[in-house]
Design a protein around this ligand. Sequence first.
Ligand code: MCN
Length: 756
Amino acid sequence: MEKFGVGQPLQRFEDARLLRGEGRFVHDLAAPGQAYLVLVRSPHAHARIAAIDRAAASAAPGVLGVFDGEDLVRDGIGTSEVTLQRKRPDGTPMFWRAHEGLARARVRYVGDPVVAVVAQTLAQAKDAADLVAVDYQALPVEGAVWEECPDNVCNVHEVGDPAATDAAFAGAARVVRRRYLVSRVHAQFMEPRGALGQYDPATGRYTLHLDVQYPHRVRDLLAERIFKVPKAAVRVVAGDVGGAFGAKGWAHLEQRHVLWLARKLGRPVKWTCERSEAPLADEHGRDCVSEAELALDAAGKFLALRVRTTNKLGAYVSSDRQLLPTFSNLGSLVGMYGFAAAHVRVLGEFSHAAPIAPYRGAGRPEAIYVLERLIDDAARELGMDRVELRRRNLVQPGAMPYRTALTFTYDCGEFERVMQGALVLGDWAGFAARRDAARRRGRLRGIGLANAIERAGAPPGDETAQLRFDAAGAATILMGSKSQGQGHETTFRQIACERLGLAPGDFAYVDGDTDAVARGTGTYGSRSAALGGSALLLAGEKIIARGKPVAARLLEAAEADLEFARGRYVISGTDRGVSLKDVAVAAGGLDEHASFAPSAETFPNGCHVCEVEIDPETGTVEIARYSVVDDVGTVINPLTVAGQMHGGIVQGLGQILMEQIVYDAETGQLLTGSFMDYAMPRAADLCNFELEEHPVPTAHNPLGVKGVGEAGAVGALAAAMNAILDALAPLGVSALDMPATPERVWRALRGAAKAR
Ligand code: MCN
């Protein structure tokens, strides 16, 4: 192992810059002469736009322009599209409508953008936005979001084998049925979204600075569909990104607004999403209800799984982003277990709400939540031990590669050892004593577990890396992925150091600029380490191969006699050699691109054990203990992996304990529009997490890595709720929906007491 190579707990390079406030976020940028965009958003969940009076706003001080949807259409600004082919239940094609950028005629959710106001200062733009008079005629919130789609059904999607599933249910000794709700949440980035658009009439080029996960994809969409110009006419630059979590997508409307208005007004235009605007302007996550059924034989062997899910999509389906979380990870529903058959049906429905999109896990946490709660409920109903029930059904290493009953084929994994490890780490055996001690203090203590598995780094698509040594021997890593806080600048350096034997400080690091990085896909689906990391490793191989003839010439040796180790080409069996850097100088520079497209996805997996204490007088839930044993394959950086797990777990616990987007049922108003109502977890709401790795390297990439970016969130929802229900079960509470707020827990306890 190299000193700075794979497996080392290297401190993050980016932290010095970020912690000193020296990061470069979109908000830090200012282009000479930049103007400010403020969007007037709908205060109604559903209304007809009868008229828009812009006169007062247009005449306000500093205002450069006030524009509506008609202007946008007149200027030929295009829309994004949905490429996924789906059907409605009646067999007709999927119904979808992309947002045009500014709503015309009708608004369909609170926050729907209607008018764009640009002024010389932000304050002037805000003041003028208040003067825009939109005459709304309110429409009912019940009923159709789109007149052309009266039943609100966008599409239905099915996976699995319905006939085999029905047959297995018919022959089952026991069937357990439950309904589970996964609430709507909002990704809370430290850096709210922003965009700075520039247009150069001399070259016809658009430049967009923004915080995004997919710079190249944004460029392609803007070029091909929005402005209908060659890709080379658009440059997208993402600097530091203060969190994204799947929700900094490629089709956000403001991306095109700033470029369109910069072109129109002849000066740079900047939009900064304010904290209070974000819940209205951003896409949301999750929001589904599942009816789940588990068929078992008399010995507790799982036979089949049937799930019917309804996903609320929000008001618009503008791109594949609104559909990805609803279908792309349904395979997770069978978890780590063997089922003879499974069948899932997912209905996507419109609602007067912000559009949904991927949020950390994008369907994976939802699936594991349904399955792992169902297993706990089955154990309770059947009077079986929940660990034993799981153990009987876990897929064993000898069965690998294992084709599951739902779309996935697991290549490797030691699920039982992972679960056993977590039970030991979380001291499952000692729990009864802790529960009794808690009871003596008047507290309810519960323990829960969840076996979590998800796919990461899935095909299709590749990732690209470039390694460049200039003529002076200075090295640069250029990556097609884009860090949003995952520590790429550190972990990718480690991979380069491992292969090339240099020190981390020897490399400059570039990502996020479509002019500098020739090709890139982006960072999502916990793919960067597996795909980008492998591409970088391959680029390193190419550099070594390219430098070899040069080294041979410099050493006056045959290429076949040269070995490459620790940054040097050495003549085998001697100490004569030359450094890679000197070879690069002699060669006048070395420059290699590589891309890696995996043949199959990886399956990170882990077992989460959570312990809670509940105060029955107030319903307050305290996370008392949290342990995970995790298999993310080869660990590149243990500190980063732990950090990723921490973040994911906290997002899962936040959703279980307090986070929730709530719209008023009657008016469609957003009730949780600020941190006064949308509760975020703080350090005091959590405990220290005990984490342990159990790496089983995958053969699907040359590094053996599986993803870790989503793993924490995937297991946390289910483990925490199972613990809460375990604590409440002795008092007769058998069901609870997230978030388990004190009020809900208290009401559930009171309800159960009344029933007794
Ligand atoms: N890593 C490692 N060893 C492994 C696997 C990964 O050391 N076996 C390291 C990687 O090198 C990388 C980090 O862990 O530095 C995450 O790697 P990976 O699992 O490949 O995920 P991505 O880099 O592709 O990041 C995407 C993932 C997703 S999908 C969401 S959502 C999410 C997440 O990362 N959003 C995040 N983690 C986040 N962390 C921060 N700080 N901010 C976000 O927006």
